[in-house]
Structures are given as structure tokens and as C-alpha cells.
Design a protein around this ligand. Structure first.
Ligand code: KG4
Ligand code: ZN
Length: 410
């Protein structure tokens, strides 16, 4: 977390300094807001996301205690570039972020009808993520902020996901249970406010997104696997194959998905053997990671395995989410992260929550996966809650590994 010293006035701004930006050496050293600031001019927060394979830029407006408003955002997905390699190539990701980030920034400012001089705070993803990729966003944010003489703020990527439903038409209210399901994390948290996160349970090995991606790879669906597996599963029977639901009855709120991909591998090999599908010689030489012969199976069989895999993952996520609601006694569930885009998971959660009178909130579908909007939003909400200061210390560093609980305040 940034240890800011002071937030001097926004001297280069064309407009009068916001009352939210306290003068250096003034009584308050942080960008914070409260009811007394409700009439202040809004703050503009520019956010950069570059932790993995998506370059995201967004501009958010923060006014008093109102939920920050997204003015514009732009996203460039590197999926096509990495597809040839079957996964993200970190070095290529970093280089592509460099190429995309400035044009995206121009696009965002033009779409919002604002100029960079009007930006009050520059935010960026500080971690977790790929070190080189994070450095691009952090370096750009700090260089831009230094040039504009504006403060910067480093944001936790998962906090961005966690708070992203606040940009939806139906924003949640604190407190709530959060199910965070991304490519690298699967966590259930009790969330009492910005920066007030209590871990209830998490995966002890693979994340749910990894289970989707690795199973998809075995089925020859390439990268990114989650959406492709979900699309194939839509045509299949989720009860066709009995796959394990790891830790379903463990009594705690932890997850384990590493065994599932092994079960999918074994099942796919059994299907190939039983069906006697011919294996093309190229399947032995291509390092695709797919089970040889699987692609030659009838499409319905392939779809059935996809549907059974998706059901196994969703069942565990749904059951543990319901347990977390019961344990905490909370009546609100927030689902965030890329796997939260999964339609079948959403349907099951909606049904189970409705039966319990629990309200469930999701980010807008296009904001489920990585984006700049959630980073600008998280920065704005941290400023708004007084949880974090923006700083003119431009000597940035990134945190490729960074537990979300470390943001927890006393
Ligand atoms: O949150 P995210 O965009 O990136 C991380 O912070 O990791 O999540 C990416 C993960 C990947 O594992 C991807 O396969 C999965 O989210 N994902 C999905 C779907 N869309 C994305 N998994 C299942 N169904 C989907 N529709
Ligand atoms: Zn993410």
C-alpha cells in the first residue's frame, strides 16, 4: 500500500483546487471526503490496469459520498496474440501493454470530453499480477502524474474486482459476502466496507478459473479456456459424467480444484479409448495440452464433458457461498472476477439466493474480466473512504504477490 506523505494542491489544474485536495502541510494530509464535501467539485480519477493480458484505462468521477461514476473506459485484450502459445507469455504481454496504453488513454479522454490536465489523481494496478506487465501501468501512471503534477495511487487488483459491482445499475451495500473468482484466486470474504475484508475461505491449490482453463486445455479448447468451455457446455448434459466436487462436504469454506483437472483428464482418456476415435499423428507432436483423440469424439460427447466439468465447479462455488452467507448471517452476496461471467454459475446462484431471500450482485458482464474501470473505481472509493492517500511519491514499485487481506484495517 502506498505510504503517502502529503497531497499538495493540484497546482497545474486549470480549475480551482478541489476542497478534497488539501494543501501541503494543511490539517489533513489525505484526499478524503465526507458530508462537508458534498458540494465540492468532483474529482477525476484516471485508472490503468495492466496486470495480465488486458490493457485497461478508465476515467471515474468522484463526488462526495456518492458512488463514483464511470465517465469512459477503453480496453484492449491481448487474447489473440497469446492464443498461438496456448497461454499468456509474460514478456509479450508487457510489450503489448506499452503499445496500447497511450492510444487507449487518448480514447478515454476524448470519449469523456476531458483533458488530462483536468485529472486529479492517477491510479494504477500495483499487484498482484505479472511483474513486467504491472510495471508498464505503474511506470506510465507515475510518469504521467509527475508530468501533470498530480498524485498517484496504487490499487490492489482484487479489490478492483471486489468493488466492480458498484459500477452496475444495482450497486450493493455493505456489508456483504464476496465470492471472488478470477483466473488466479478463489476466495470467500466478508466485506464490511472499503478495506475491511475478512477472509472466510479460499482455494488451497488451483483457482476456479484455473480449473476452467486447464480442463478446457485438455478438451483442446485453447486459451482462454473459461468462456470456450462455457460455450461448449451450453450444448451438453451436466449430469453425463460424475466428476468430483472437491471439499464439498469439508465443513469449512475452503476450495480445492487441482484434483478436478486430473479427473477430467482421466475421463477424457476413457472416452477416447471407449469410442475408439482415431488419433491424428499431429496430436502427438503438437504441444497443445489436449487429450489426443478428444477432438475427434462426437461433439455431443465433448459438450457433455464440458457441461459436467462446469457443473462440478459451479456446485462447489454455490454451496460454499451459501454456507458463507449462513455462517455470517449476511443477506447480500457479491460475485466478482472473470468466472463471475459464467452464465450457469449465475443462474444457480440466482436460484439459491432467491430461495434464501438473499440479494446477489454482479458487475456488468463486460466488467467481470480485467478492466481499467474497476481500478479507477477502487482508487476513488479508497480516497472517498479515507482509506488511502494519493501521493506525489513517484518512486513506484509493484507487488506481483499481494494478499488482499493485507489491506485489512484494524
Ligand atoms: O478476473 P479475470 O479476468 O483475471 C484474473 O484476474 O485472473 O479472470 C480470468 C478468468 C480465466 O480463468 C477465464 O477463463 C475465466 O476468468 N472466465 C470464465 C468465463 N469468462 C472468463 N470462466 C468461466 N466462464 C466464463 N464465461
Ligand atoms: Zn482480474
Amino acid at each position: 500500500m502506498n505510504q503517502a506523505d502529503a497531497v499538495p494542491p493540484a497546482t497545474t489544474s486549470q480549475r480551482p483546487a478541489s476542497p478534497l485536495v488539501k494543501p501541503a502541510g494543511g490539517a489533513s494530509k489525505q484526499l478524503s471526503s465526507g458530508p462537508k464535501n458534498a458540494d465540492a467539485r468532483p474529482l477525476l480519477v484516471l485508472g490503468f490496469e495492466s496486470s495480465c493480458d488486458e490493457t485497461g484505462v478508465a476515467l471515474v468521477e468522484l463526488q462526495g459520498q456518492a458512488v463514483p461514476r464511470l465517465l469512459a473506459h477503453a480496453l484492449y485484450s491481448q487474447v489473440e496474440m497469446h492464443q498461438a502459445f496456448g497461454g499468456v507469455v509474460p514478456e509479450l504481454a508487457s510489450r503489448d501493454h506499452i503499445r496500447r496504453v497511450l492510444p487507449l488513454t487518448s480514447e478515454v479522454m476524448a470519449n469523456a470530453g476531458r483533458s488530462l490536465r483536468e485529472v486529479d489523481v492517477v491510479a494504477y494496478t500495483r499487484g498482484p499480477g505479472l511483474a513486467g506487465a504491472l510495471l508498464v501501468g505503474a511506470g506510465l501512471a507515475c510518469a504521467l502524474a509527475a508530468a501533470l503534477d498530480k498524485p498517484v495511487l496504487g490499487v490492489h487488483h482484487l479489490e478492483g474486482h471486489l468493488l466492480s459491482p458498484f459500477l452496475s445499475a444495482d450497486p450493493p451495500q455493505f456489508p456483504f459476502v464476496a465470492l471472488l473468482v478470477s483466473g488466479g484466486h478463489t476466495q470467500l470474504m466478508r466485506v464490511d466496507g472499503v478495506g475491511r475484508y475478512e477472509m472466510l475461505g479460499e482455494t488451497i491449490d488451483d483457482a476456479a478459473g484455473e480449473a476452467f482453463d486447464k480442463s478446457a486445455k485438455l478438451m483442446g479448447l485453447g486459451y482462454p479456456g473459461g468462456p470456450a468451455l462455457a460455450a461448449l457446455a451450453a450444448q451438453g448434459d451436466p449430469k453425463a459424467y460424475a466428476l468430483p466436487r472437491p471439499l464439498l462436504h469439508s465443513g469449512d469454506l475452503d476450495f480445492s480444484f487441482a484434483g478436478l483437472k486430473t479427473a477430467v483428464l482421466v475421463q477424457s482418456q476413457k472416452m477416447v479409448t471407449a469410442h475408439g476415435a482415431p488419433i491424428a499423428p499431429s496430436e502427438y507432436t503438437l504441444a497443445s495440452g489436449a487429450t489426443p483423440g478428444f477432438g475427434a469424439l462426437p461433439l455431443q460427447m465433448q459438450a457433455n464433458l464440458a457441461a459436467s466439468t462446469q457443473a462440478a465447479i459451479a456446485d462447489v462455488l454455490v454451496k460454499k457461498s451459501m454456507m458463507a452467507l449462513k455462517t455470517t448471517g449476511l443477506q447480500r452476496l457479491v460475485v466478482a472476477g472473470g468466472v463471475g461471467a459464467n452464465r450457469s454459475l449465475r443462474e444457480q446462484l440466482n436460484t439459491q439466493c432467491a430461495a434464501r431471500g438473499v440479494r446477489v450482485h454482479y458487475p456488468e458482464l463486460h466488467l467481470c474480466t480485467d478492466n481499467g474501470a474497476m481500478i479507477a473505481l477502487a482508487a476513488a472509493m479508497r480516497l472517498q473512504s479515507g482509506m488511502q492517500e494519493a501521493s506525489r511519491d513517484y518512486a513506484f514499485h509493484v507487488q506481483p504477490r499481494w494478499p488482499l487481506q493485507s489491506l485489512q484495517v484494524a
